[in-house]
Design a protein around this ligand. Sequence first.
Ligand SMILES: C[S@@+](CC[C@H](N)C(=O)[O-])C[C@H]1O[C@@H](n2cnc3c(N)ncnc32)[C@H](O)[C@@H]1O
Length: 227
Amino acid sequence: MKIDVLTLFPEMFSPLNASILKKAQEKQLIDINIINIRDFSKNIHKQCDDTPFGGGAGMVMMCDPIFNAIEHVKTAQSKILCMSPRGIVFGQSIAKDLSKFDHLIILCGHYEGIDQRVIEYFQIQEISIGDYVLTGGELPAMVIVDAVCRLVPNVIKNESIENESFTNDLLEYDQYTRPSEYKGMKVPQVLLEGNHAKIDEFRKNNSLNATKKNRPELYEKYLKEKK
Ligand SMILES: C[S@@+](CC[C@H](N)C(=O)[O-])C[C@H]1O[C@@H](n2cnc3c(N)ncnc32)[C@H](O)[C@@H]1O
């Protein structure tokens, strides 16, 4: 999978060059390119933003540099996304859908956002990472890149993906590792006994309880779909 991220602040993206995503890029399972929109401004001062028509606070990212940047990377297969608090709210099922594309282009807004004509012309899917407003689309873009890339085949073990939170609308069960006792706190005995049927049963109940407590709406959905 190839991902082109279009941003005015490429220096913010170093976290994508660490850990699992770093290894996935080294193995050429994913190809992440951070592209500076400013390089596509034809303005002598490399200007990329201007004041909003109709008045109001802040600056708006201009059409032309973004148009040029998108045209530079776009192919017939590209899926184009824009980070925006006005977008549909991102979740695991959207991550799964996006992981099936060969090429994603992710546009990061900044300031007051992006001239609407860009969104309409390229039929861009606006995506929000939650109901709050950040200073820019760079952190949301990294959230999308991380969540999508770990679902690309062979980036992490299939087994890890099959049994994690949001599979079948449930949150994952509690996890423990060595030592079996720490500051007087013991790991549940069933996890130490090697009886896999009992471990599965324990984990299923634990997962149901965690979902009921932390995400009652998911728990209700799970019960409804089970009927
Ligand atoms: C300060 S915000 C603009 C907010 C916009 N004026 C509004 O009220 O909807 C600047 C940029 O940050 C990004 N952004 C902020 N919050 C976001 C969120 N919750 N999800 C995705 N992107 C977000 C978007 O790219 C946005 O264009």
